[in-house]
Design a protein around this ligand. Sequence first.
Ligand code: NAP
Ligand code: MG
Length: 474
Amino acid sequence: MKMIIGGRHVDSRDRATVEVYNPSTHELIDTVPSATAEDVQDMLRIAQKGKKIWSAKSIGERYDILMFAADLAWQERETIADMVCREQGKVRSAALEEAEKVSLLFRGYAEKARHAYGEMLPDNGADMIVVRRDPLGVIACVIPFNFPAELFAHKVAPALATGNAVVVKPASDTPLVDIYLVDLLHRAGVPGEVVQVVTGSGSRIGKLLSGSPLIDGISLTGSTEVGIDVMREAAGNLTHVFLELGGNDAMVVFDDADIEQAADEAVNARIYNAGQVCCSTKRCVVHNKVREAFTTLVARKMQALRVGNAADPDSDMGPLVNESAAEAAQQQVAEMMQQGATLVCGGHAFDKTYFEPTVLDGVTPDMDIAKDLEVFAPVVTVIGFDTEEEAVSIVNGSMYGLSGGVMTADIRRGMRVALAMDSGGVVVGGSGMYRTLDMPFGGHNKSGISHEGFLDTMNEMVKTKSIVLKGILS
Ligand code: NAP
Ligand code: MG
């Protein structure tokens, strides 16, 4: 596929390309252009026209176009799901859930923008004061590989709904579905200058975007390391940043919890998308009285999983996104064993991109995996505790703070621990892998800045302006 700049499907100036593989079969699916710096500049110049064209449209016109896009995305959800399954390796049922959210997000943001009524403040003497929320201008949306369609929509839909022009930079592993979605928006009537997509290496193109004075906001989901890089580049122009970053989420399991249910929560939260989810449960913090029973159950459930081609309906779990992700996971597990963790099952990469469902027990709070090491693979780690204070201290011993969970029969204790956990969300009665489209989803500490979801995102993608009509009431 080609990039789409100014509505035209184009190669890069020097014709260089990036290869896109199916991680389930290792087949080459397609190539995309590796954009040059001049290609990026072209796109940013066109986006300056785009922001004028789009912000000049009435809310009714924008609403009709975005609702049509939502309809198209719904009609084409099976195609979108096939693309996600093929280039990312998510099992087909989960890929379809993801595809459906694209339509729901465009519909929801169009509706919210259609009804974004204004604010008038109490009169100040004879002065009337109104507050406007205008588009920021051009928003760069940088998408990670793990939810290439859903996270495209979580960013692009609110940006367009609030009247911004958008430039998209997909992850190099998963660019095809994002190019398809930009084309879909054009078919729905979004002008070519208003939404564009550029492909190529993030470390090169990402920098050109975040450091550019032609960008007014940059919304990135990705690793904390890259988020910090983006913020540093953006600082030169005081460009707004919206960062949804990594996590090492914990689920605390007390000795009065339903252990069967806790084990199901832990396994489901860890095998979804083969563990490549920001808010997947990466640390199980389990009371020592039930630790052995919990670990045995989890290992049994993990070993029963069918791992295979993501397109095969019999697969519970597909591959990791690429070969180096599988190698990295194997290396991380080996390091944790060197630090003293016990391997209960799994631990190995196989057939290049696949990783065995893995359980590590005997993890102690001083080990990397108990703190800041984010493992993006189906690896359950079990850390024991004896007191509630100890559990909270283990949970908060990480630089991250995206989400988390508490399992206990005592609702008061569940609430107490939820309040003490320093994270952007906590589920009482389940794992932290929980997200609705409405919730303000975002992290504390090094898990990010800002939130995504119907409640908050639109308020963040605008610039606020107070207009005073001085003496108008006199
Ligand atoms: P990543 O390596 O940080 O890449 C994310 C995106 O940023 C990709 O499009 C990448 O392009 C681009 N990029 C790379 N270097 C860049 C730079 N210097 N400047 C600007 N952009 C750059 O992350 P990933 O491996 O795709 O995704 C996994 C990470 O995302 C995990 O840490 C996960 O926890 C996090 N995540 C967070 C959330 C959340 O909502 N908080 C949701 C999902 C995932 P290339 O692909 O071309 O390198
Ligand atoms: Mg990456």
